[in-house]
Write a new protein. Sequence first.
Length: 398
Amino acid sequence: MPHIFSNRTRWEHAADAYAQAVAAARASTRPLFDLTESNPTQCGFTYDPAILASLAHPDALRYAPDPRGLPAARAAVARYYAAHRAAVDDRDILLTTSTSEAYSFLFRLLCNPGDELLTAQPSYPLFDLLATLEDVRLRPYPLHYDHGWSIHIAALEASITPRTRAILLVHPNNPTGHYTSPEDRAALYSLCTRHHLALIVDEVFLDYRVSDSPRACAASTTFAATDSPVPTFVLSGLSKIAALPQMKAAWIVARGPQADRREALSRLEVIADTFLSMNAPIQHALPAWLDARAPIQQQIITRVRANFATARAACSGTLNCLEWGAGWCLVLRLPENELDTDLAARLARRGLLVHPGSFYGFPPRGRLVVSLLPEPATFQQGIRLLAAEINGQGEESS
């Protein structure tokens, strides 16, 4: 009998050993130290009750759709960038319900079926599903680590084919926590110009710089502040900026040569108008939420700084923290004598949850990734248990 479903949704649903171990750990009554928790609403932060009051804007009862987003909401996004010393015209902003939707819009804008996008490795494992759903192919380009992270520009250029349409960049990267350096930024612009490529830059963690090093400070400028020589699309949203992933508000900022920018926005407007997915209450509340972002951001930055210090103190011997400067994740280096998924499954059975590095595109041995968002007591106990286990001193937890 012919299959009635498309190939693009033919996914493997069977849980592997790691997923099974995680599910069992969550279902167990024994103590659980979850170092994978990255949802800020589950990490004990204090939110202002006025957040909910902002949803009661009286104009939210009136339906007045704008495919680019309501002018007041786009103006609030422009003010956000002004605080980052970037002059952004609100006419160059298009609101979406999430950065995932923003990626979907941009893949449709830039790619025909079978076209290719270049994406960094390691990076957050979201793009694979999005690309599959849009009939787009991903080709990885490597990040290089040497007392800090950088783009392997030569390998990136070698990955370009006649079907390449854009380079995807996360700034700062998740999970490596590094900003794109000024040197790498200049090289990307040059490469995109020579090969007629667009640049898609995800900046959801832009505000979470925790390193005061000159290198991090120099690199942490938004791409929206740059007079880009190529079509450039900067993505962000409230999920990270205001730590409100449940409110579903994000955006695209179009940069680059004026003619390309205007054409891109005209086409994006048609795509957005086809769905009109942004709802009115969220758009009317967005200005208040953006204006009130500082307190929750400070709570998060304080937390991740403290947890990073705890990790550095606990990680000795054969377990080490890689260089990190922004965001909520930390990459740990350990001996390469066990598959990371096997190790993570074994840790889960002991009540400790971590992410295998291979989930983010690292080789399958030698890397684990943890979140720096968990409450300090949980993080401290978890990271100490991990260090003891990796250093060969693990004992069964009670």
